[in-house]
Ligand binder design. Structure first.
Ligand code: HEM
Length: 459
């Protein structure tokens, strides 16, 4: 009898151990609530695919489990948080969870700052932030941005008034030419800007889709387009040697020795900048065309502050409504959907102990889309930024561990000047039948279809 009891207990214990081993969902190592893994190899990836995107999956899970929840990214348990209070709790963390960013490794390579942590990442982040943010540099960038916007308007004036333009393509051509010149000091022709835009749109779509287990790869085309972007960047670095007037490229060549790190960070900076800035300009123009009252207030500010004058720093500072329009665009479009952090020691979040080395997802877009945090969250209301938002309520550029986006000031300058110039120089109209556009969520949120517009030069 005793033998049987020992056998029965051993059997049950072995069964439980096997279940823990076989199903990662039951191997949970934290009290944070969340869904069980639905696939032994992929974890909750099939659920993310079913929801359509990481953002939509996170939103659904947060609705169910609250402001802190956990899920399985393949075999890895990830904790996701949203809301100012929880953001504050992780605001001292600097390191990024490489596992979550590995998706982008084929483009940026393992040498990229985005896949680097610790002292070396701090050194490079500080270096790049300084060159992109210091007031003297920003004054120099303003001249370049104004010049690129002027050139862009010249090209747009050639477009017949009845021609349908893809708003996203047109904005990304502008942002890619601006980024190229701001970072590398290189003039890109309109044709080169278009080629870079085409490559970037293919590459980004490919990487975002590669998260899905059913993804059909076209590796050859991806490699060809990626190599073209890398070759263009490499060429810009090589041709810069010997010069030096304090642009990003000069700081990079002077302070980073290894060639592969130079290229990786240059590609990261280029893609990180052109993609986000160009897409925000697209959304801002779209929201303005569909919100005539806001557009009217904005045009009044542009003509009152500027008249026909160029945009200098003093005028830039006075364009407060334009900046509110950009902030509201970043919020409503849920532009940058998430960022991440990791700690090599145990931390506490929302009262839960988080084991060391657990990736933490900062669900920024869930925060920006929360009715509890934003009144009338689906309305485009730039005026909401007239009032101070509370700390950590609005962080479209990240915040934690001083590892905020190094390009945040530069991109506000680029977006403000671009939007102002585009609206002062042209009347923008949606092509009839193309008024309804939805969101396609990835790491960056783009329109779910082309936004076709026509433009008419203002006299
Ligand atoms: C609308 C414009 C932009 C938005 C919304 C945006 C947003 C972000 C966010 C959320 C992060 C992650 C921060 C974190 O981990 O806490 C980030 C990182 C980064 N951004 Fe931006 N960004 C923008 C423009 C730019 C521009 C113009 C550049 C370059 C000129 C740039 C370069 C980078 C780089 C290199 C990183 C990675 C930094 C690191 O890993 O240390 N971004 N950005």
């Amino acid at each position: 009898m005793l033998d049987f009891a020992i056998f029965a207990v051993t059997f049950v214990v072995a069964l439980i151990a096997a279940a823990f081993y076989l199903y990662p969902g039951s191997r949970k190592i934290t009290t944070v609530p969340g869904p069980d893994s639905s696939d032994e190899k992929y974890g909750n990836i099939p659920d993310i695919t079913k929801h359509g995107s990481m953002f939509e999956f996170l939103k659904a899970q947060h609705n169910k489990y609250g402001r802190i929840m956990s899920f399985w990214f393949y075999e890895q348990l990830v904790v996701s948080i949203y809301g100012p209070e929880l953001f504050k709790e992780c605001s001292a963390l600097f390191d990024l969870p490489k596992r979550l960013f590995s998706l982008f490794q084929p483009l940026i390579t393992e040498h990229s700052i985005n896949l680097t942590n610790g002292a070396e990442a701090r050194r490079r982040h500080k270096l790049y932030s300084k060159v992109l943010q210091n007031p003297t540099a920003l004054r120099k960038y303003l001249d370049i941005i104004n010049d690129e916007c002027r050139r862009n308007s010249e090209t747009l004036r050639e477009v017949p008034e009845d021609e349908h333009i893809s708003l996203l393509n047109s904005s990304i051509v502008l942002s890619s030419r601006m980024s190229y010149r701001l970072l590398f000091g290189f003039d890109k022709s309109a044709e080169e800007g278009r080629r870079l835009t085409e490559n970037y749109r293919f590459i980004w779509d490919y990487l975002e889709k590669s998260l899905s287990p059913n993804f059909m790869q076209d590796t050859e085309q991806f490699e060809r387009r990626k190599n073209e972007v890398h070759a263009a960047v490499k060429n810009s670095l090589e041709n810069r040697v010997g010069k030096g007037d304090g642009l990003f490229v000069d700081v990079l060549l002077e302070n980073v020795e290894e060639k592969e790190v130079q290229i990786a960070d240059a590609v990261t900076m280029l893609v990180g900048g052109l993609h986000t800035t160009g897409t925000t300009i697209t959304w801002a123009l779209y929201f303005l065309m569909t919100n005539p009252r806001v557009k009217e207030t904005l045009m009044r500010e542009i003509f009152d502050v500027l008249g026909d004058d160029p945009i200098d720093f003093e005028k830039f500072n006075q364009l407060t409504y334009v900046k509110n329009v950009i902030k509201e665009t970043l919020r409503l479009s849920k532009l940058a959907t998430w960022s991440g952090r990791i700690s090599n020691v145990e931390i506490t979040l929302g009262g839960h102990k988080i084991p060391p080395n657990t990736p933490i997802m900062i669900a920024n877009a869930v925060s920006h889309d929360s009715e509890e945090i934003w009144k009338d969250k689906d309305q485009f209301m730039p005026e909401r930024f007239d009032e101070n938002v509370e700390p950590f309520q609005f962080e479209p550029f990240g915040f934690a561990g001083k590892r905020k986006c190094p390009g945040h000031k530069l991109s506000m300058l680029e977006m403000t000047v671009s939007l102002t110039t585009l609206l002062r120089d042209f009347e923008w109209s949606l092509v009839p039948g193309h008024e309804k556009v939805g969101f396609k969520f990835g790491l960056v949120t783009i329109p779910d279809k082309e936004i076709w517009v026509t433009i008419k030069p203002r006299k």
